[in-house]
Design a protein around this ligand. Structure first.
Ligand code: ATP
Ligand code: MN
Length: 481
C-alpha cells in the first residue's frame, strides 16, 4: 500500500476507508494521540491509537522523533483544531528514537541551541516552515525570470579572476599546504597548481553574467557565492546564495523597475503559496516580540509587513538627498550615530541605512547615484557630475529590519572610461581581457543587480538572524556539518 502525504490527507474532501501515513512523531499524549508530521505541511495529523489492543511494548516505542507508519481510517475529528484524524488499525515503528536522548524535545528551544543542532532543527515547526518558504521562494525566483524569457546562466564557482571587486575571497588550491612549491622569486608557484594559476571561490557571478547578457539579452544567475569577510553579523554568511539578473539595453531606471517588480512578485508568490507556514511564523514573531520592550516591538505583524511592501512603491532617493537627510537628522545632531555624517562622500553604514528606512521613510528605499570612489569599478560614471563630486549609476535597495537587500548598477559600457577607471584602481587589464571584450565588441548600455537570497528569506519569514534561514550556515569559526 502506498502512503499518502499528511498534507493531502488533511486537504481531503471526504472521509476515507483505508489510508497509510508515514512520518515522525511530534508528541504522543494519553497513550492514545500521536501528532504525526511528515514535512509536507506544518500541520500534524492526529492518529488515534487503539491502546487497549496495542501491545504495551509498542506503545512505549511511540516517542518524540520516532518514525512510524500507520494504517487506518480517515474520519472526521471530534477534537478541536483539525477536520480529520486517523483511527489507527495498524501501527508499525519504523525507526526508534530514544526519548531521553533526542535533542528536539517537545518544548521551546533557543535559536542558539537549534543552530548547534542544524541537522535536527528542521524537525521543528519553525525550521520546517522556514525551509519550505525558502524552497517556494527559490521556485518563485526561477518562475519570475523564466516567465519573462530570461536565460538562467550557471556562472563558475571556481574563478580565475582575482578582482571581482565584491569582497574578500577564499582561495582554491590542490597544492600541498605543508610543502608549497616556490618559483625563482621565492613566491608560491601557482603554475604548479591544479589550474596552473591562482584561483578563488566566486564572490559574484556578475562579470561572467555580463558576457552572457551581451549575447542572450536577459539573463539571471542563482547560485552559491562565497565571501571570506570576517563580518560576524546577523546579516552576513561566508557562503550565501545570490540572484543576479543582467539585462542588455537596460539603464538604471529600468534596473530599479525590474528589482522592485521582482521583489514584489516573489513576496506575493510566498503569500499566496505558503499561507500555513507564514501564519505560523507570524505567530512565532508575535510571541518573540512580547519579550521585547514596547519601544522595540514592530508596529506591524509579519503579514502586514509583507503586504505593505506589495502595496507601496519603493521610495527612490539619491545619495545626495540621503546625505542631507542624515546630516540634519536627530541622531546625527545628538551624536548618536557611531559614524557621524558631516560631508558628502561619506560611506553609509548600516546605522544610517536603517535610520533612512525605519525612521525617516518607513518603507523600502532605493538609494542611487553614489559617489564614484565608494563603489565598484564597473559602475557607469554619471554624465554631468561636478569634478570632485563624481557619481556612478549605482543603486542599493534597503529594507526595514534587513538593511541592504540588493546592490546593483548600470554598467560602464564605454571602453575608454572603463579602462581609465581600472588603471586608476590598479585592476589588472590583462587578467580581465575577456570582460573588456564585451566593451570592445558590440558594447551597449546594460544593467543588473545582486540580491542576497538569504536576506530575502529573512524578510519573508520574519527571522532576525541569517544563520536561521539557510540549512547549514557557514560563518567565521563555524563550518559544522
Ligand atoms: P553588505 O554591505 O551588506 O556587506 P555588499 O555591499 O557587500 O553588502 P554586494 O556585494 O552588493 O553586497 O552583494 C549583493 C547582495 O548580496 C547584497 O545586497 C546582499 O543582499 C547580499 N550579500 C552580500 N554579502 C553577503 C553576505 N556576506 N551574506 C549574505 N548576503 C550577502
Ligand atoms: Mn559586504
Amino acid at each position: 500500500m502506498k502512503h499518502t502525504k499528511v498534507r493531502d490527507l488533511l486537504n481531503s474532501t471526504t472521509t476515507l476507508q483505508e489510508v497509510n501515513a508515514k512520518g515522525w512523531v511530534r508528541t504522543f499524549r494519553n497513550n492514545q494521540f500521536i501528532a504525526l508530521n511528515d514535512g509536507s505541511t506544518i500541520n500534524n495529523i492526529q492518529c488515534v491509537v487503539d491502546f487497549e489492543n496495542t501491545p504495551e511494548e509498542t506503545l512505549k516505542r511511540i516517542t518524540t522523533g520516532a518514525s512510524v507508519s500507520v494504517i487506518g481510517t480517515l474520519v472526521e475529528s471530534k477534537g478541536a483544531g483539525q477536520k480529520y484524524e486517523i483511527q489507527v488499525n495498524k501501527l508499525e515503528i519504523l525507526g526508534d528514537s530514544d526519548a531521553e536522548k533526542f535533542p528536539m524535545q517537545p518544548k521551546k528551544h533557543s535559536l542558539e541551541f537549534l543552530r548547534e543542532n542544524a541537522h535536527l532543527r528542521v524537525r521543528t515547526n519553525a525550521f520546517g516552515a522556514i525551509m519550505r518558504v525558502r524552497s517556494v521562494l527559490s521556485y518563485a525566483v526561477h518562475k519570475y525570470f523564466q516567465d519573462k524569457g530570461f536565460v538562467y546562466v550557471n556562472t563558475p564557482i571556481i574563478t580565475g579572476a582575482d578582482a571581482e571587486g565584491a569582497g574578500e575571497m577564499f582561495q582554491v588550491t590542490s597544492l600541498p599546504l605543508d610543502n608549497l612549491p616556490k618559483n625563482e622569486e621565492g613566491n608560491i608557484d601557482f603554475k604548479q597548481d591544479f589550474f596552473g594559476k591562482h584561483t578563488n571561490l566566486t564572490v559574484s557571478g556578475q562579470l561572467e553574467g555580463e558576457t552572457f547578457a551581451m549575447a542572450l539579452g536577459q539573463i539571471y544567475t542563482f547560485g552559491p557565492t562565497f565571501r571570506a569577510e570576517n563580518s560576524n553579523t546577523s546579516r552576513h554568511l561566508a557562503e550565501f546564495w545570490m540572484i543576479e539578473p543582467e539585462v542588455a539595453f537596460n539603464d538604471l531606471d529600468d534596473n530599479m523597475d525590474l528589482a522592485e517588480d521582482f521583489i514584489q512578485y516573489v513576496i506575493k508568490y510566498a503569500l499566496d503559496n505558503c499561507k500555513d507556514d507564514l501564519a505560523f511564523l507570524e505567530g512565532r514573531l508575535l510571541e518573540e516580540e512580547k519579550s521585547k520592550p514596547q519601544a522595540d516591538r514592530s508596529e506591524m505583524s509579519l503579514l502586514e509587513k509583507l503586504n505593505f511592501v506589495l502595496e507601496n512603491n519603493f521610495k527612490r532617493v539619491s545619495y545626495t538627498e540621503a546625505i542631507d537627510i542624515l546630516r540634519d537628522s536627530t541622531p546625527n545632531k545628538k551624536k548618536k550615530f557611531s559614524y557621524l555624517i558631516n560631508e558628502w562622500g561619506a560611506d553609509l553604514q548600516s546605522e544610517h541605512e536603517r535610520y533612512l528606512v525605519e525612521k525617516h521613510f518607513k518603507c523600502p528605499v532605493i538609494l542611487y547615484d553614489y559617489p564614484a570612489n565608494i563603489k565598484a569599478f564597473y559602475m557607469r560614471l554619471n554624465d554631468n557630475t561636478e569634478p570632485g563630486r563624481e557619481t556612478v549609476r549605482a543603486m542599493d535597495i534597503l529594507f526595514p529590519g534587513i538593511g541592504e537587500i540588493v546592490g546593483g548598477s548600470e554598467r560602464e559600457e564605454r571602453y575608454d572610461v572603463l579602462v581609465q577607471k581600472m588603471e586608476a584602481l590598479g585592476i589588472d587589464k590583462e587578467e580581465l581581457y575577456w570582460y573588456l571584450d564585451t566593451r570592445r565588441f558590440g558594447s551597449a548600455t546594460h544593467a543588473g543587480f545582486g540580491l542576497g537570497f538569504e536576506r530575502l528569506v529573512l524578510f519573508v519569514t520574519g527571522m532576525t538572524n541569517i544563520r536561521d534561514v539557510i540549512p547549514f550556515p557557514r560563518t567565521p569559526g563555524s563550518a559544522e556539518f
